[in-house]
Design a protein. Structure first.
Length: 309
């Protein structure tokens, strides 16, 4: 039953995020919010809603080990599997802006989280609020950069406008599905971990991280198949920044997140992997198939390491 509930939880999270984003985008468009701003805020955060729901649910029920491992595990999966898999389908073009701005910033956010966790062996409410404040500044900076790009002739995201009743229904149903899905994933993952004598940290880094990263994987794979890969790495890096600053910031603000040494090691591994992919991306401003294979192999080595430990 726990496995069935886990799958149901993932389906609710992913479909709920889709509905919530669609309804919110439609209402924002009705109020004359530019499509570009909707794309950079509601739509961009949409793929991080499953992680956010799981981590907040875990924080409320004091399953904090799941909150950290879910966010960190999702980031490692996004970086190594989503980008590695896309690079197999087609060489992954990387924009200069991503290389010079978002990528270094994502590494700095991981180092900040590691510092919070290592020196206090927890992320306190104050530190959670600090992460959220940094996230707000990051969001404002993204919107400013996007406006500049549009002024220079960039495109903006198209948003479908639905009737107000339908938009509201989408938002309400989406929010309920996200909340219920988050609870189901946390409860069933904790039950599975307990039944096998596994740690919540391991379950969070594997099953839960994979499940909550499905939106990123599907979105990026579809884009790669259509040969629209120039934004794939940028989307993954943006999602990884959201997961640390927003997801863990909100979770810690609700209930301080206790750290174990394994969490610090996993964040260190995330940082090293990020640096490696950054180096790959600098070469000819793209990640090629061979580098994609290396990324996937490294991810499976990491999987083996966390299962053995």
């Amino acid at each position: 039953m726990s496995y069935i509930l886990l799958v149901v939880g993932f389906v609710l999270l992913i479909k709920g995020a889709d509905f919530f984003v669609e309804g919110s985008s439609s209402i924002a468009k009705m109020f004359k919010v530019p499509s570009l701003i909707i794309g950079m805020t509601i739509v961009a955060m949409g793929t991080s809603l499953p992680e956010c729901s799981v981590s907040v649910s875990a924080s409320i029920t004091n399953n904090n080990a799941l909150a950290v491992s879910n966010a960190v595990g999702s980031n490692i999966f996004n970086l190594m599997v989503v980008c590695g898999f896309c690079a197999l389908l087609a060489p992954l073009a990387v924009q200069s802006k991503t290389l010079k701005q978002e990528f270094p910033f994502s590494i700095l956010t991981a180092l900040l989280l590691m510092a919070f966790g290592y020196f206090g062996m927890s992320v306190s409410r104050i530190e959670g609020l600090i992460l959220m404040v940094i996230f707000i500044f990051f969001l404002l900076w993204m919107i400013y950069s996007a406006k500049k790009a549009r002024a220079a002739g960039g495109e903006e995201e198209e948003v479908t406008v639905m009737p107000i009743w339908k938009s509201t229904l989408y938002i309400v149903c989406g929010a309920v599905a996200i909340a219920v899905g988050g609870d189901l994933v946390v409860d069933s993952a904790s039950a599975i971990a307990a039944s096998f004598g596994l740690s919540q940290n391991l379950i969070g880094l594997t099953i839960v991280a994979l499940g909550t990263s499905l939106p990123e994987l599907v979105t990026s794979a579809v884009a790669a198949k259509k040969n629209e890969v120039d934004m794939a790495l940028g989307n993954v890096i943006g999602s990884n920044i959201f997961n640390i600053l927003l997801v863990l910031g909100v979770a810690a603000a609700i209930s301080p997140i206790e750290f174990i040494m394994e969490n610090v090691v996993d964040i260190l591994i995330l940082t090293v992997m990020s640096l490696l992919v950054w180096v790959f991306a600098w070469s000819k401003h793209e990640i090629r198939r061979l580098e994609g294979v290396i990324m996937l192999v490294l991810y499976f080595i990491y999987m083996g390491y966390i299962i053995v430990r």
